[in-house]
Design a protein around this ligand. Sequence first.
Ligand code: XIL
Length: 354
Amino acid sequence: MEPLKLETDSLRDAAAHRHLLYGTALCTSDLTEKRRCDTILRECSIITPEYEMKWDRIGGADAPDFRASDRLVAFAVENGLAFHGHTLWWHESVPQDLGEASDARFAEAAMEHLTRVVRRYAGRVYSWDVVNEPLETDHGRRDGLRHSRFLRAFGPTYLEVAFGRAAEIDPEAVLVLNEMGLEYASPGAERKRRAMLALLERALARGAPIHCLGIQSHLDAADQPRRHPELRAFLREIDGLGLKVMITEMDVSDQNCPRDRRLRDGMVADTYRAYLELVLEESRSLGVSTWGLSDDRTWLATARKRPDGAAVRPMLLDRALRRKPAWHAVKSALLSARNPDGGVEPAFPKGKIN
Ligand code: XIL
């Protein structure tokens, strides 16, 4: 008998072997380049709109513009990819014209937006980032909630409102609470982890349909600890609450690494590997998404410039779309995942997309 051959020459296949999804953030301009599009299709089983589904992009009630997000959802459906809807309520993507709105008007507009977007794509979206970045422990509240328009308009149970409404309209989707800065080793990150656990416990006890914690995972190769007992403990507690985990926006900044390219690539790759091995060992994960695929398409080129002016190299592929050490590191971490029963079916998770 022929020995079973593991087809793992893509991250998509490597992830599928552990019942995980692997994917990237993208925008409509990526689809206009054949090579980039082919690379996405080869490597990915899930995609996330980098910005074209955000509230300020779609716009307000009078003239919502769904052209870009329609295109991305259609691309996913046509190609059998899972789609991660990013993001419904985020303090940074509130449309400008609501800046001066009363709390009552804001609450109405926020509900309208959430309802409209979820209704439009229900059944075609695998998962929704329902609320993004609700915590800011420096804002001085005991519950760690960020002072945002959502908090002001709805009060501290606004997450329950958002998740409840999303579940009503799209009961099949995985509903994700997405957060940044849970990953680091600083005392601030530990405070955020504690606040997140307390928030989730409260919301779940009141019946909020939160299924999954999204951990953004924007890391720094010079800063991220290889061993991280606090993060391990946190993930075990998340698992104890019955929640799945998704790595939603991973990238590894090389801003503070030495200039030597091989050294830099090595540090970035090691960071991907150590971090993913840890998270995939301690959680029932649905998948891993990186915030882009290649070094020429990354928000870090502006958000985390290097002091020496060298081009940043935080992604899995280089500017010519060739695989870097980080690609191999992610592949090996995906293959090492234990992922007992938590993951998705190896093929498309919902069986809904034809
Ligand atoms: C960033 C995008 O990459 C940028 O193109 C955009 O201008 C701003 O947002 N956390 C998030 C993402 O949840 O939506 C952010 O994406 C990166 C940080």
